[in-house]
Design a binder for this molecule. Structure first.
Ligand code: NAP
Length: 279
């Protein structure tokens, strides 16, 4: 199954499914398995990898560097700057550190990991300089609620924001009330992190019921539901090769109206505004 794409605000296609890397790079013993899992994902057809300078204190980016060696050009690499490094100069220095660890000359999409105390315009200046220097192709944000997005987009150049990466899965639908429509109206894709709630979603009865109807797993149903959402990029993390393969097979799973009704009953969409949740 070819990986579906959605579009960045620029019109450039971006894969709607990719590989997460949080918790990678935290143990020497697991390093080989983590590189192998990412390589397996790429062999199966993934082209997008999501990482961050925070993950494993830079070690996850090193692991990505190993996994992408020799095939970087066909890939779309996402990384993130920590809010404490988000001044103009520190954003540039942080990106250069990430480029070294990833062993590449550019990051395709560079995100502010969450909002800190640095004025957004300073981070933006860093992003714009990095773009001018060819070190990043697009920039965006993560964990931004609707009011943060409004503030960002009102800044000069702020409407170049290419994505907002947020917690989104069946259990975390609150953003559907206003953040999702806000981003969709501006052609800003949502990147859905923790799509299976780090495994905690998988025992849910409604997921089991739908999974049974398809001879699928609950993880596949949770991913298939997110993959159906328009302008949404789904980035499950898996080190276990069985999980990697299983998650790819979610691309072939087609939910029915009845499945959606079961899931909506168990995980109802919001009827009012709630503050953005983050992990
Ligand atoms: P996740 O993808 O929802 O879940 C990952 C966990 O689920 C791992 O323990 C993994 O186990 C397990 N798993 C994966 N596929 C499975 C399957 N088919 N069946 C059973 N278990 C399965 O959680 P996440 O890592 O938090 O989120 C995904 C990515 O989003 C991250 O890796 C990161 O890149 C990004 N993220 C961003 C932020 C942010 O603030 N911007 C926050 C959180 C996450 P194994 O590893 O053992 O296979």
């Amino acid at each position: 199954m070819p990986i579906p794409t959605t579009r960045l605000p620029s019109g450039e296609p971006i894969p709607a499914f990719g590989l997460g890397t949080w918790m990678m790079g935290e143990s020497d013993k697991k390093r080989g398995d983590e590189v192998a899992a990412l390589k397996l994902g790429l062999d199966l057809g993934a082209t997008l990898i999501d990482t961050a300078e925070m993950y494993g204190d830079g070690e996850a980016e090193e692991i990505v560097g190993d996994a992408i060696a020799g095939r970087r050009d066909s890939l779309f690499i996402v990384s993130k700057v920590l809010p404490e490094n988000a001044s103009r100069a520190d954003t540039i220095a942080a990106c250069e550190g990430s480029l070294k660890r990833l062993r590449t000359d550019r990051i395709d999409l560079y995100l502010l990991h969450w909002r800190g105390s640095t004025p957004l315009e300073h981070t933006l200046e860093g992003f714009v300089q990095l773009q001018r220097d060819g070190k990043i192709r697009h920039w965006g944000v993560s964990n931004f609620d609707t009011d943060d997005m409004e503030e960002l987009l009102a800044l000069p150049g702020g409407n170049a924001c290419a994505t907002n990466q947020v917690l989104y899965n069946l259990k975390r639908r609150r953003i559907e009330f206003d953040l999702v429509p806000f981003c969709r109206a501006r052609n800003i894709p949502i990147m859905a992190y923790s799509p299976i709630e780090q495994g905690r979603l998988l025992g849910a009865a409604a997921l089991k019921e739908v999974a049974q109807r398809h001879g699928a797993t609950t993880a596949q149903v949770a991913l298939a539901w997110l993959l159906e959402q328009p302008a949404t990029i789904v980035i499950p993390k898996a080190t276990n090769p069985e999980h990697v393969r299983e998650n790819f097979a979610a691309l072939d799973l087609r939910l029915t109206d009845e499945d959606r009704a079961i899931l909506d009953r168990a995980f109802p969409p919001p009827s009012k505004k709630y503050a953005l949740e983050m992990l």
